[in-house]
Design a binder for this molecule. Structure first.
Ligand code: PHE
Length: 367
């Protein structure tokens, strides 16, 4: 043990211990500000803490062994303090004479990167695109219309006369303070996508094959199956000699594309002011295959959309602008389906509110 490595310790009296450790502490304090690079620090660490030849080890070998038992406690405390000072020096860097905590290396380029999450379609949008695609492959084009609609397009042109009880089936959210306007010009949030039937026919003569996806609103209380906002895909086909068979064949094909080729459809008499005759389309339950289960209320069938042959009064609404819509020469069918309901069935979603919650735990399942 070389003398310059280990200070002399004449005896173990407190003054001698204090003086010896004071010298060590001063040496340490003199070396610490020179630690700049990781290599400096490693040298310093080995010099003081090295397991074999580190100063702490040499000193404890030299002093502790020969120390009388009454000096051991004080010696131990001195060692601890010295060790703390070394540790602190290793965690400190001196910049412009100022000591400050060493910054951790901020970039470890050997770590795998954080993959940025890719956005995906919302399940509603995905379902809407799928439905629209099925009709596009049958030759349909795609249209859109305004979500804030006039009473005329949402109701009157579709053969809902003012004050007619059929309006009650689609309770409306209206834009306030419009009482000064004639009823037909008052604005409301559309209750269905059917007004876009009228807007489309006003713009273009027959033949027409169009699907219209979009958001609709109704004054409904929210529960597991109702939301005041929901989505529909409307369809309209007008040409010469369009019959109810065309309607049945088209929707039967669409349902098989959407839910699988084993799905059956059936058409039930219904009522809509803008179609005559009207029907509700039911599909064989996709959960039990038609045997009857809780989901289909043990009927084997699930009601999915409304449809019918375009009522001549609807053609009359547009004939002023497009004389081609003459019910004696052309005919057509229309249908409207709820996208939310279809998405819920396809993806096994039990609460419609999840589609509007923005909850990432729900949405991430579709990524
Ligand atoms: N617009 C109707 C509804 O929202 C659905 C429908 C569309 C029915 C087209 C017939 C024809 O309930």
């Amino acid at each position: 043990m070389s003398p310059e490595q280990i200070p002399d310790l004449q005896d173990y009296g407190p003054e001698h211990l204090d003086a010896a450790f004071q010298r060590l502490s001063e040496q340490l304090a003199a070396e610490a500000p020179a630690l700049h690079t990781p290599e400096d620090r490693e040298q310093f660490r080995l010099h003081w803490l090295g397991r074999k030849h580190g100063r702490l080890k040499l000193i404890s070998d030299a002093w502790l062994k020969t120390a009388p038992s009454e000096a051991r406690k004080a010696l131990g405390q001195h060692f601890n303090r010295l060790k703390q000072q070394i540790d602190l020096a290793l965690e400190t860097e001196t910049v412009n004479g100022q000591a400050r905590a060493l910054e951790e290396d901020s970039v470890d380029i050997t770590l795998p990167g954080i993959r940025p999450a890719l956005g995906v379609e919302h399940p509603l949008v995905r379902t809407m695109i799928e439905i629209v695609g099925i009709f596009q492959r049958m030759g349909y084009s795609v249209g859109v219309g305004p979500e804030v609609e006039t009473d005329y397009y949402n109701f009157e042109a579709l053969n809902f006369p003012p004050d007619h009880p059929a309006r009650d089936t689609q309770d409306t959210l209206v834009v306030a303070k419009q009482e000064h306007k004639p009823l037909r010009d008052r604005l409301l949030l559309r209750t269905h996508t059917s007004p876009v039937q009228i807007r489309t026919m006003e713009r273009q003569p027959p033949p027409i094959r169009i699907v219209i996806p979009g958001k609709v609103h109704r004054n409904d209380a929210a529960d597991a199956t109702h939301s005041p906002i929901f989505h529909q895909v409307e369809g309209l086909c007008v040409d010469e000699n369009i019959t109810f068979s065309d309607l049945k064949g088209t929707l039967d094909h669409a349902m098989k594309e959407l839910f699988g080729s084993s799905v059956k459809t059936r058409f039930f008499p219904s009522f809509f002011p803008f179609t005559e005759p009207s029907a509700d389309v039911q599909i064989s339950c996709i959960f039990c295959g038609g045997k009857g289960c809780r989901k289909c209320k043990h009927s084997g069938w699930i009601e999915l959309l409304g449809c019918g042959m375009v009522d001549p009064s609807v053609f009359d609404s547009v004939r002023g602008k497009q004389p081609g819509y003459d019910p004696k020469k052309i005919s057509g069918f229309a249908f409207g389906m709820g996208v939310d309901r279809i998405a819920m069935m396809k993806y096994g979603i039990s609460d419609i509110g999840l589609l509007y919650s923005g909850d990432m735990r729900f949405l991430e399942q579709f990524a």
